[in-house]
Ligand binder design. Structure first.
Ligand SMILES: [Zn+2]
Length: 326
C-alpha cells in the first residue's frame, strides 16, 4: 500500500539503500551500447527500405531514457495518520484524482514516471517514446554492479533490448519519434515486417507448457518479437563492449558468451502453479518463463556456437523456420 499510494516518497528511501550512483552510470552506459547495436542492425536489415530505415533511426535516436528514479520527486499533499488506514487510503485516492484533474489543458509533463522506483518491472511508452527502468529491476538477477559484463548484458541487456524493440513492434511502430499516432512505414516494408512475424506465431503456437494447453502465438506475438530481437541486440552490444579489450577469461569454467546466455536464462527462472499457468496462457501477452528463454535462444546462432548445439537438437532450430526480424 505504501508503494501504491506514496510510491515516490517510499522510492526516495529505497534508492538510498538499494541504488548507488555507480549503478545508474553503468546502466546508462549499457542503454547507449544497446542503442548503438540496434541502430547498426536497423541499418543492415535486408527487408526494410531506406526510407523507413531513416524514420526508424530518427525514432531510435529520439528515445528518452529514464533510469532508477525521477529527477524531481512528487510531493504528496495529504495527511497520513498512523491509526487511520481506511482514511489514509481515501485521502490517497482523492489526491490522485486531483493530481490527474490538474493536468487537464496543460502541456504533457515529460518528466513524469509511470512506475514507482521500487517496482521490479520496466516499460516502453509509445506516446512518450521512452524506455523506463525503475531502480527495483536494477538488482540481481537482472543487474549486478559487481557481476561481469557478460552476465549483465545477458540479463539486463536482454530486458533493455526487449523494451527498445517495443518501439518498433506491431503496436509501437504505429507511433512516430514524438509519440504521435502516425504511420512512418512504407506499405511494402510494413508487409515485409508482417510476413516475418508469421514464423514467430508458428514457433510459439507449437509450445505446450501444460498437456493439451499451448502458448497462443498471436496473443504473445509482440512480446515474443521483443524477446527474440532484444536478446540478439543485447548480444551484439556485449560484443561491441569488448572492443579493444582482451577476450575475457572463463569464470567458473564458463566463457563470456556462455555467461551471457546463463544471465539471460536466470532472468526468467520461476515457479508457477499449474492453475496459474493455465490462466496466464489464456490472458497474459507474455509467454511463460521457460518459453521466454528457450524461444529466443533456440533461434540464435550465437547461442549454438557458445554451447556447441548440433543440427537436429531441440535448442537449435532449422534455418528455414527461424524468424529473422531485427
Ligand atoms: Zn514487453
Amino acid at each position: 500500500m505504501a508503494d501504491g499510494t506514496l510510491g515516490e516518497a517510499l522510492g526516495q528511501l529505497y534508492v538510498k539503500v538499494a541504488f548507488p550512483p555507480e549503478s545508474k552510470k553503468k546502466v546508462l552506459e549499457m542503454v547507449e551500447n544497446l542503442r548503438v547495436a540496434l541502430r547498426e542492425r536497423i541499418t543492415n536489415l535486408d527487408w526494410m527500405g531506406a526510407e523507413t530505415k531513416q524514420q526508424a533511426i530518427t525514432k531510435l535516436n529520439a528515445f528518452g531514457v529514464k533510469i532508477g528514479y525521477p529527477d524531481k520527486w512528487k510531493t504528496y499533499a495529504f495527511d497520513v495518520k498512523r491509526d487511520d488506514y481506511f482514511g489514509n487510503v481515501r485521502r490517497a485516492a482523492a489526491f490522485r484524482i486531483q493530481e490527474n484533474l490538474a493536468k487537464l489543458g496543460k502541456p504533457i509533463d515529460r518528466t513524469e514516471w509511470g512506475m514507482t522506483p521500487s517496482t521490479v518491472n520496466a516499460y516502453y511508452s509509445p506516446t512518450m517514446n521512452e524506455i523506463v527502468f525503475p531502480a527495483g529491476i536494477l538488482q540481481p538477477p537482472f543487474f549486478d554492479p559487481k557481476a561481469d559484463d557478460a552476465v549483465n548484458y545477458g540479463s539486463l541487456g536482454f530486458v533493455i533490448g526487449h523494451e527498445m524493440t517495443h518501439g518498433f513492434d506491431d503496436s509501437g511502430s504505429q507511433f512516430d519519434a514524438e509519440g504521435n499516432l502516425k504511420n512512418w512505414w512504407t506499405d511494402a516494408d510494413k508487409k515485409a515486417y508482417q510476413s516475418r512475424t508469421d514464423l514467430v506465431v508458428k514457433q510459439y503456437d507449437a509450445y505446450e507448457p501444460l498437456k493439451g494447453e499451448h502458448v497462443n502465438g498471436k496473443l504473445t506475438l509482440g512480446e515474443n518479437i521483443a524477446d527474440i530481437g532484444g536478446l540478439k541486440i543485447a548480444f551484439a552490444a556485449y560484443q561491441n563492449s569488448l572492443k579493444g579489450k582482451p577476450a575475457p577469461a572463463p569464470i567458473d569454467g564458463f566463457t563470456g558468451p556462455q555467461r551471457f546466455f546463463l544471465g539471460a536464462a536466470a532472468v526468467w527462472r520461476n515457479h508457477i502453479r499449474e492453475a496459474a499457468l493455465s490462466l496466464r496462457l489464456k490472458t497474459d501477452p507474455h509467454s511463460p518463463g521457460r518459453e521466454r528463454v528457450n524461444g529466443p535462444l533456440s533461434n540464435l546462432p550465437e547461442f549454438y556456437e557458445a554451447f556447441g548445439c548440433a543440427d537436429g537438437q531441440p535448442m537449435k532450430r532449422d534455418a528455414q523456420v527461424r524468424p529473422a526480424i531485427w
